[in-house]
Structure formats: structure tokens, C-alpha cells
Design a protein around this ligand. Sequence first.
Ligand code: NAP
Ligand code: ZN
Ligand code: ZN
Length: 355
Amino acid sequence: MVETTEVKAFGNEAADAQLEQLNIKRRKTTPHDVEIDILFCGVCHSDLHTARSEWGPTMYPCVPGHEIVGKVKSVGGHVSKFKVGDMVGVGCIVDSCRECEYCKDDLEQYCEPGMTGTYNAPDTHLKDSPTFGGYSESIVVDENYVLRIPENLDLAAAAPLLCAGITTYSPLHHWQVGPGKKVGVVGIGGLGHMAIKIAKAMGAHVVAFTTSESKFAEAKRLGADEVVLSKDAEQMAAFKGKLHFMLDAVSAEHDVNAYLRLLRVDGSLALVGAPEHPLPVSAFSLIVGRKSFAGSAIGGIKETQEMLDFCGKHNIVADIEMIDMQNINEAYERLLKGDVKYRFVIDMASLKGQN
Ligand code: NAP
Ligand code: ZN
Ligand code: ZN
């Protein structure tokens, strides 16, 4: 029998239900665990997709949140990497098999039997419960899945690095973005705005593609060298065959063929956005120019630490709008309208203050 304690959280009980305060069980720290007092948690569009069962049936209650930062409250007897008081983070992975070729290769996100997601995954410790994410007071995580936050970064603004940061850093790194490369970023939301900052810091020439006129002016401040209003056919045509790599971080249906046309011969477009419905790709979008249409999921634990250190070195954090836990439902509605610049982060003091 695993010992548990009750903590306050925010979640929903059904796809069409609003998120509200509820109590959840957390296991008491076992020898390899770190107990974290959650200070801030970013709001990823995946939280919304999951809470509303857009990616298939979700296990309810659903407590989302996988951009977690906080302070170590206690550690198990065998923990060697962290001590009480350390500022730490937890991203999208809280466990994996540790034995398959991908886990051994630091690619836990592609673990063969499947990684344990921070929320909405079967909990390997509490057998009758799904995992619960960061919209909560505290979390208990095996030390091997806990990250160290560089001291020079603002803690709240660093929270989105745990998903938006690594999900963009990993493909940018994998497709060797750097000096001499022209990179397109499509969809300037939480992920997209991080992709602009990271690709720029990697030395690439960055072109931002947005549907929002208001972001058109701002994308350059974020680091883009050029900005394209994707609804404008003339602006799009000017980039035909010009880009080495494109990262598509759009959360809803859109025409990917329009972007594949902008790739150079042998160019690749990687999807990180995960819309609810399939995206049709025309064969000729790929055949003409030997192009690749690819995808990428978050990043492994080692690479996440590498990304955090890279962001520490380059002073990169997210542009955030802080919200109270109680305003999460309104935040989701704004996310659907693309109305956030550029990431909501929940101040968890707002939950702790509630009875
Ligand atoms: P977000 O902050 O809501 O940003 C999405 C952006 O997509 C919007 O800001 C908007 O950018 C654009 N967009 C939205 N609706 C659109 C539409 N109908 N047509 C064209 N463009 C539209 O979301 P996010 O948190 O960055 O997440 C983006 C996607 O990545 C989500 O689907 C999420 O689940 C997924 N994701 C995947 C991974 C992974 O491992 N692959 C990890 C995290 C998240 P503009 O205003 O600039 O057009
Ligand atoms: Zn996410
Ligand atoms: Zn594995």
C-alpha cells in the first residue's frame, strides 16, 4: 500500500465540464522521490486538448499542467541530485521504462512501452489513478525526471521552457538549425514564440508566419528577422522555395501545403502542433523538391536540461501573462482565440490561498 496525502488541485470531471477546485492524492515521497512545492505552472494548449478529450478519451478527473516550477520541499533517502530548497522543474515526463533502447539513448519521450506523462497517464505508483499535473499545490516525482532551473532565469517566465521550450528546441537541434539556415516558424503562440527566440539564439535567420495582425508587429521584437502575414498570398509567394526548415506549431486545422511550398529542395517541415483532426498533404507538395514532412514530440530529460542550460546562457524565457488558478477556464477560451502573448502562467499562490 502506497501512503498518500491530499492536496488541492484544479481539474475537470468530463470533456464538457469546466475546471474547478478538487482534492487529489499524491504519494508520500519514496526513497528516490522529490516532493516539490509548485510555485508556477504554464498553460500549454495540450492541457486544453486533453481536458476536452480532443486527442481521444481522457481519464477523469483530469488535472492538467506540465510546465511546472517550484521549490524542493522534501527528498527521499536515496535522492542525490536535489536537496530541500532547490529551484526545480518538471515537464511532460514523470517516468519511463528506463530499459528500452530509446530510454537508454535519452529519448524517454519515445519509450517503447510508453513514457508516463505528467498527467492523464496510468500512475505507476497509485494503481487506481491517472497521473495528475501541475495545476496543484505540490507534486512528487522521481529525481531522474526532475530538472534544474538556471538561477539567472525568472522562475515564472522559465516555467514554459519545460514544454514549449523543449518541444521547439529539440526539433530545431535535430534538424541542425544554425548559422546560414533560413528557418520558418508557423503559429506564434506559446510554442511558436519560444521557437523564434531559440532559433535566433542558435544563429539562424528566422521568418515568423502568423495569422494575427497584432503579432505581425511584435514578432521582430521576439527575434524574428522577417514576418509574414500568412493570410496574404503575395507575402507568402515571396518565400516560395526559400526556407531550409519549418517548424509548424499551429494548434488547429490549417493548410500545410501552403508552407511545404516555401521549403527549398530537400527541406523539411516538422509538425509540433497537434490539431484534433488530420491535416491533408498533397503528394506533389513533397515530391516536387524531395521534401520531408515530419513530426517531433517534446524532448528527453537530458535534452531538456541541455535546453534549460542553453536558455540560461542566452537569457531566454517566455513572454508571460500571469493568471490566478481560478481564471483557467477564461484562459482556455482566450487560448482558442489566439489571444495570449505568449503564454499564460498560473501563480499557484492563488490556489494555496483558497480553502
Ligand atoms: P497556442 O499558444 O494556442 O498557439 C497556437 C498558435 O497557432 C496560435 O497562437 C495561432 O498563432 C495559431 N493558430 C491557432 N488557431 C489557428 C488556426 N485556426 N489557423 C491558423 N493558425 C492558428 O498553443 P501552444 O501551446 O503553442 O501549442 C501549439 C500546438 O502544439 C498545440 O496543438 C499543442 O497541443 C501542441 N504541442 C505539441 C507538443 C509536442 O510534443 N509535439 C508539445 C506541446 C504542445 P498565430 O496567431 O500566430 O497565427
Ligand atoms: Zn505542453
Ligand atoms: Zn523505455
